[in-house]
Design a protein around this ligand. Structure first.
Ligand SMILES: Nc1ncnc2c1ncn2[C@@H]1O[C@H](COP(=O)(O)OP(=O)(O)O)[C@@H](O)[C@H]1O
Ligand SMILES: [Mg+2]
Length: 418
């Protein structure tokens, strides 16, 4: 295609990119490489700088510092329409008076192409809307309309497709379907997708690589399982799923680190601890709720040797079908979360019961104790968005969902380039 022909393809590379509005820095200097052909997610709470980062890639926002490369090409000074990039927004803003076929054909028609049938047909196939070609947008479901928006962008053969909370307007079930659908489309076309979302499950479902953003910085970047199993900050540990973080004191270091917490000893692999861990120092010991087994205190003797164990009392339990979620208070911590799969439920495990929480020491991770232990928990996220990012943190529909003008500009971008 005309656009891609002029580019060699390649990674999206951000170097020292930042954005300030007056004295407020929305995006801290950031280095980021998005490998070509990958599905990359920028994940973080509202106001953390995701949209701003995306808009700098698209050229809709001038960076305060830094450069944007697409492949070997520095596009920092190129206007949006000269970048081989298209954007799909939450408000898909289809043309209501055009049918689906013409909505998708729009970019090609603007470029003056006469025979669009083959390409539009392929796009309709790709998004599985072949039978809807002559429908108007209002006759389609939200999910179908979003697929049209994706097809309308992809027909321009962008080198990179940017998606800003594209599924935000859909209800939960549709969103789950569309996540798999978008993933399939990305795999099929092999174009680099940069996807912005505040939904950690969405990011983990779709992306090969997730960059977790917090307060204008990337806290950690990696494959979903890597981030989940090896969080390096309290924010990532709490924001991605749930973590139990237990304040502890280091008793011994080495290939295995031993700590004391709540009067007992816990062990964890040395390589899962921050480098600075020293005897006498403090550490936050982390364990995911699903890694813990809950035994009634009467059965404490049956817990195998070599497992980490702490005691407590159940304060709350909720049955949620596949699992039961328990809250436990004990000397090591309060509000500890335990998820037990519902295979054989022990009827004694009810609020008030004395229990032993035990788990494989290998599943334990250690975090620097100088961090805010509550960073990234829901309450903290809401408060953090307000305090960290100022009153403007609520991005509001005007910023997050581009109006029709902007979306159309996105569709036009590619065909306007030389
Ligand atoms: N034009 C602007 N002027 C001032 N502040 C802005 C502007 N655009 C964004 N911001 C602020 O920058 C921060 C990051 O915004 P944004 O990138 O939209 O966050 P996200 O997409 O992660 O929710 C927010 O605090 C927001 O209020
Ligand atoms: Mg946003």
């Amino acid at each position: 295609m005309t656009t891609t022909d002029t580019y060699t393809g390649g990674d999206v590379r951000l170097t020292g990119i930042s954005k300030s509005y007056g004295s407020f820095t929305a995006v801290q200097p950031l280095d980021l490489t998005v490998p070509q052909g990958s599905f990359f997610a920028l994940l973080g709470a509202s106001g953390c700088g995701k949209t701003t980062t995306l808009r700098m890639i698209a050229g809709l926002e001038d960076p305060t510092t830094g450069t944007v490369h697409l492949g070997d090409r520095d596009v920092t000074d190129l206007p949006p329409y000269k970048r081989p990039v298209n954007t799909v927004f939450q408000s898909y803003a289809l043309f209501p008076h055009l049918d689906i076929f013409e909505n998708i054909a729009f970019g090609l028609r603007r470029r003056g192409l006469k025979s669009v049938k083959k390409q539009v047909g392929e796009m309709l196939e790709l998004v599985q809307l072949g039978d809807k070609a002559r429908h108007r947008p209002h006759q389609l479901s939200g999910g179908q309309q979003q697929r049209v928006a994706v097809a309308r962008a992809l027909i321009n053969h962008p080198q990179v497709l940017l998606l800003d909370e594209p599924l935000g307007a859909l209800d939960l079930k549709l969103r789950r379907q569309m996540q798999l659908e978008l993933k399939r489309i990305q795999t099929e076309v092999g174009i680099t997708f940069v996807h912005v979302t505040h939904d950690q499950e969405e990011a983990m479902t779709m992306a090969d690589t997730v960059a977790v953003m917090n307060g204008g910085r990337v806290e950690q970047l990696g494959a979903p399982a890597e981030l989940y199993e090896h969080p390096r900050t309290t924010f990532v540990a709490n924001f991605l799923g749930t973590s139990n973080l237990i304040p502890a004191e280091v008793a011994g270091t080495g290939s295995e680190v031993v700590v004391t917490a709540g009067g007992g000893k816990l062990r964890l692999p040395g390589e899962r601890c921050p480098a600075g861990a020293r005897p006498g120092g403090r550490l936050l010991v982390g364990i995911r709720p699903e890694k813990i087994t809950l035994s009634h205190a009467d059965d404490a003797g049956a817990v195998p040797d070599g497992r980490n164990r702490i005691t407590g009392r159940i304060t709350d339990s909720s049955f949620i079908g596949v699992s039961t979620q328990y809250t436990v208070d004990g000397p090591a911590g309060t509000g500890l979360q335990v998820y037990e799969q519902n295979i054989e439920r022990d009827p004694r495990l009810v609020p008030g019961a004395e229990v032993v929480l035990h788990w494989n020491p290998a599943h334990t991770f250690g975090l620097d104790a100088d961090q805010d232990i509550a960073a990234g928990t829901e309450q903290e996220t809401a408060a953090g968005a307000g305090s960290g990012a100022g009153p403007g943190a609520a991005t509001g529909p005007g910023r997050n969902t581009a109006g029709p003008g902007q979306d159309i500009a996105g569709a036009e971008r590619a065909e306007d380039s030389p």
